[in-house]
Design a protein around this ligand. Structure first.
Ligand code: ZN
Length: 218
């Protein structure tokens, strides 16, 4: 199977449309979203509708838990808090119910899984090799590759080798017996200094991840 992995859309409809347009040209079997469909930007309902209409499998992000009221927005910075309160008031009942139904983790094939922040924790970050080391220990032993979002930075950590990818474009091959933690970067709110939307392709036959930028969003 060939998967496109997207994350952190944050209600940015033009970025989501551009990324899906690019993905549609890449012969992908399935699209997976790592959460934070909403928050910050202007089109929460439109983005949720597009995710639902396209049958994109998604997990829950920390902005979804706040939009649905299952967690408090008190820890958010003032701008994020204001945006999520506005988002929450704007979301249709149907879209809120959809976001509330999203799982915390998702299995992708036999030995891959997805989560938003850390394993079973939407709020904590994987920002360093030390963070990654702890998360590798928490993962089921059958998991050889896990996809995460939340930091909005395209990264690949290897258990044993540490950070092995922090660029905006390139290919990473998973070696026999290796375990990886992989972040595709953000669709709708890049934090890597590159304003373009980011996503990745994962081919579990080639055992290849391909983080890439360049959907054409200025
Ligand atoms: Zn986010």
């Amino acid at each position: 199977m060939r998967y496109a992995i997207i994350s952190d859309i944050h209600s940015n409809l033009p970025a989501l449309q551009a990324v899906l347009g690019r993905i549609d040209s890449l012969a992908v079997d399935e699209i997976i979203c790592l959460g934070d469909i909403v928050g910050y930007n202007a089109n929460p309902n439109e983005c949720v509708k597009l995710i639902r209409d396209r049958n994109i499998k998604s997990i829950i992000g920390n902005h979804e838990t706040r939009a649905c009221g299952t967690a408090s927005a008190r820890g958010f910075n003032p701008a994020a808090r204001k945006a999520i309160e506005w988002t929450s008031s704007l979301l249709t009942e149907e879209n809120l119910a959809f976001l509330n139904s999203l799982p915390l983790t998702l299995d992708i094939g036999e030995d891959a899984l997805a989560f938003h922040g850390r394993f079973k924790d939407v709020d904590s970050y994987i920002h360093s090799e030390t963070d990654a080391k702890y998360v590798f220990e928490e993962l089921p032993s059958s998991t050889s590759i896990a996809f995460f979002g939340h930091t909005h930075l395209s990264r690949v950590y290897s258990q044993g080798k540490g950070l092995i990818f922090d660029g905006s474009s390139g290919t990473v091959k998973i070696e026999e017996g290796e375990r990886l933690l992989v972040n595709p970067g953000s669709v709708g709110q890049p934090r890597d200094g590159d304003p373009r939307a980011s996503f990745l392709l994962y081919d579990n036959r080639e055992r290849e991840n391909w983080p890439l930028n360049g959907s054409g969003i200025p």
